[in-house]
Design a protein around this ligand. Structure first.
Ligand code: UT7
Length: 332
């Protein structure tokens, strides 16, 4: 019997309607469109507005679209993993809220938190369930409502992040397509540079923590930038090298969208031209777990069966990694 690999057989995405422009940010913090565009590449981002709406309200429309596109009945789904740093609630898992909402009554589900590398880690994890031969339909969601943990008086973070997400279906493949290799890394000594100070078990919410604005993402941008440039470029180059891929062999680089300059540094290191780099940071900013599936969703019609694709991410933790996969279908 030929080896089972896990292949992406469909992709979907969802972004909320509200557009937060650089111009509007100029009214909230001391910044300007020119600075934001030149330092990050971001022009606007989407924000989920509305009382009582959480990350699941981004994920559910994406999963519904995915089920439709892949002709999958909700009852057929075996597993749903939701990569998110902004779960609807601390518990239960957002994955469970999603499966209930879409009617995936036979699926088990759980959340996976690896900050901006969450989607990548979740794809690698989900692939193992498929490769084992035990599960046939595994949905990986990457979604975040970053606006729920962003301080719109802090110009170091509020200009970067946005809300959005996407989903992919993983299914068994016997043609050798799908996930080929991955390198996943983490280093907890990076925690001081990108974290949320309160709201966890170390420092539960109190009036004081709220007053001190400790329930928002804190980032020491320059330090994270330096580690991100090195980390993302290192793993992307390493995954190419150990799979004997030259830049010509790579059809697409799908980078986490945190800063256009980090993306350019990664592409340069790989020797891959900008025409092969998926980019939507200009419109969505950094949606954390959402960036990579949103790219795949928007570029779906440009990928062909057999294309060599490199996913790469870097995020809080620190966490970083790269996945090499062969795209499994032609544009429909
Ligand atoms: O996805 C998770 C991982 N996160 C990342 O990968 C993000 C990595 N970091 C970054 O993308 C960048 O560090 C930022 C975009 C956050 C900041 O860009 P930077 O080029 O590192 O800026 P900086 O902090 O070094 O500041 C440069 C200058 C400073 O002014 P002076 O001291 O040179 O006069 C800042 O005060 O820019 C100033 N500045 C701003 N000016 C206008 C900092 N933030 C802003 C702002 N608007 N929003």
């Amino acid at each position: 019997m030929s080896k089972i690999t896990a292949a992406i057989t469909g992709v979907s995405g969802y972004v909320p309607e509200y557009v937060l422009t650089n111009k509007e940010l100029e009214t909230l913090v001391e910044t300007n469109d020119e600075w934001i565009v030149s330092r990050t590449g971001i022009k606007e981002r989407r924000i989920l507005k509305g009382e009582g709406l959480g990350t699941s309200h981004i994920a559910v429309p994406a999963v519904k679209e995915l089920l439709k596109k892949t002709n999958t009945k909700p009852e057929e789904v075996d597993l749903l993993i939701c990569a998110t740093t902004t779960p609807d609630m601390v518990f239960p898992a957002t994955a469970n809220l999603i499966t209930a909402e879409v009617g995936a009554v036979n699926a088990f589900g759980y959340d996976l938190q690896a900050a901006c590398s969450g989607f990548l880690f979740a794809v690698a994890t989900g692939a193992k369930f498929v490769e084992s031969g035990q599960y046939k339909k595994v949905i990986i969601v990457g979604a975040d409502k970053m606006s729920s943990i962003i301080d719109y008086t802090d110009r170091a973070t509020c200009i970067i992040f946005g809300d959005g997400g996407g989903a992919v279906m993983l299914e068994p493949n016997t043609e050798g397509l799908g996930i080929q290799d991955q390198i996943l890394k983490s280093d907890g000594s990076g925690a001081p540079f990108l974290h949320m100070k309160a709201g966890g078990s170390r420092k539960p919410a109190t009036i004081e923590t709220v007053q001190a604005r400790e329930h928002f993402a804190f980032q020491e941008g320059q330090t994270v930038f330096k580690f991100a440039v090195k980390g993302m470029a290192d793993v992307a180059a390493e995954v190419m090298e150990r799979n004997n891929l030259t830049a010509d062999d790579v059809a697409w680089l799908v980078p986490h969208q945190a800063n256009k300059r980090i993306i350019e540094a990664t592409a340069n290191r790989m020797g891959v031209g900008s025409d092969k780099v998926m980019l939507n940071i200009e419109r969505y900013g950094n949606t954390t777990s959402g960036t990579i599936p949103l790219c795949l969703w928007e570029y779906e019609n440009q990928m062909k069966k057999g294309d060599n694709i490199i996913l790469a991410a870097f995020g809080g933790g620190f966490t970083w990694g790269s996945i090499y996969l062969k795209w499994a279908y032609d544009p429909k």
